[in-house]
Design a binder for this molecule. Structure first.
Ligand SMILES: Cc1ncc(COP(=O)(O)O)c(C=O)c1O
Length: 389
């Protein structure tokens, strides 16, 4: 064989029987083959074989199996981002004339997907408050309502919806439930009868802010129905990205626990501070969502929000004075982040909707990283004293 040919037909390195790598390999290959056409079309090959990475890939599959198990379900499909997961789960469950229910207390791009985009394709929608159980039950009882998408805790004001009540109404009226569990995390809410979980794996799962990914998790039948949509849409997760997320998951529980402890420490500090009007964090005993949160979750995550006493200019100055918090909109990675809520997460809401949700000109969201809690508190203290004197 000429060397020009050898570079394409490279030597294969096979591990000895029993000689295993402790970290799974990254299967970068787009294509997979079999020794002959007969074995390529065998029953096993058709059910468990790999053919083309847009359909499935062993590294990505490893992530799907792990994430499904953490979320107490038996199957999952990875996609390239959290938004792609939200699109896949919603689009594949709607037809012209159907109604989707969603909430003012949710991630802005989800609202935009429904109000600005799905509506162009004959999908009806109702936007409610996630706390208005009477209105939820009423709209679920409409014949055209087929789907509800919600979050817990919600982005950005970490509100806690009553999962049992929403699931109960949904089952009664045959409405499919999608929980965007990005804030809750893979270890929370598995014991509620949610049909499909979606996650942005960009956040806690990968944990280091260096890779994007999304996943839809459910029981086997639900995922089997979604699979042809995912393959056809082609928003495949790259196997290299899947590998980074698998690596991040090795420390997932430690990180989520630490994020939660630090966030609670900061929430308590802010709650007692004279420059702070109100703090939103479900881990605080005084938070209206605390009782439900304790029933529904183990720990409460990295995100907290608060209203500064002051206007948007004061809020902006405070944000600019922080040194350990970078101004950015993501969550759940090692570094702490800060963002003005109205500008970053609510520019699509009317004044009336903003006041219903509780977002003011001085509402600020923090995503607490893995830094020392004392350092973060002194950074906040310094910023507050520079702004308020
Ligand atoms: C609650 C929630 N869902 C979905 C997403 C979208 O995730 P991605 O940026 O991976 O598309 C985000 C991103 O911030 C989010 O906060």
């Amino acid at each position: 064989m000429k060397k020009e040919t050898r570079v394409t037909h490279q030597p294969k390195v096979k591990l000895l029987e029993g000689n295993e790598s402790l970290v799974g390999p990254v299967y970068r290959s787009v294509k997979f083959t079999f020794p002959d056409l007969g074995s390529a079309s065998s029953k096993d090959a058709r059910s468990d074989g790999f053919d083309y990475t847009r359909d499935s890939n062993p590294t990505t599959r490893q992530l799907e199996l792990l994430a499904a198990e953490l979320q107490d379900r038996d199957d999952a499909i990875c996609v390239s981002t959290g938004m792609a997961a939200i699109w896949l789960a919603t689009l594949s469950n709607l037809s012209v004339g159907d109604r989707i229910v969603f909430f003012a207390e949710s991630y802005k791009p989800t609202r935009s997907m429904i109000r600005d985009r799905l509506s162009r394709f004959g999908i009806n929608f109702s936007m409610l408050s996630v706390h208005d159980l009477d209105a939820i039950s009423e709209v679920f009882s409409d014949d055209d309502t087929k789907l509800v998408i919600f979050e817990s805790p919600t982005n950005p004001l970490v509100q806690i919806p009553d999962l049992s009540a929403i699931v109960k109404f949904a089952k009664k009226y045959n409405v499919k439930t999608i929980l965007d569990n990005t804030f809750g995390g893979l270890h929370n809410h598995g014991d509620y009868g949610i049909d499909l979980f979606v996650h942005s794996l960009t956040k806690y799962a990968s944990g280091h802010g260096d890779v994007m990914g999304g996943i839809v998790i459910g029981d086997q039948q639900q995922i089997k129905e979604l699979k042809p949509w995912a393959v056809n849409m082609g928003s495949t997760l790259d196997p290299g990205a899947a590998y980074l997320i698998l690596r991040g998951l090795r420390t997932y529980y430690l990180r989520y626990q630490r994020h939660s402890e630090t966030a609670l420490t900061l929430a308590k500090f802010l709650q007692g501070h004279s420059c702070i009007e109100r703090v939103y964090y479900p881990g605080l005993e005084e938070d209206p969502g605390h009782t439900l949160a304790v029933q529904q979750m183990d720990t409460f995550g990295a995100v907290l929000s608060f209203d500064l006493r002051g206007d948007s200019q004061i809020a902006q100055r405070f944000i600019d004075e922080l040194e350990l918090f970078a101004t950015a909109s993501s969550i759940g990675s090692t570094e702490s982040l800060v963002a003005p809520v109205r500008r970053y997460f609510a520019s699509d809401l009317s004044d009336e909707e903003l006041s219903q949700v509780g977002i003011t000109h001085s509402t600020i969201r923090l995503s607490v990283g893995l830094e020392d809690a004392g350092d973060l508190i002194s950074d906040i203290e310094k910023a507050l004293s520079r702004v308020f004197g």
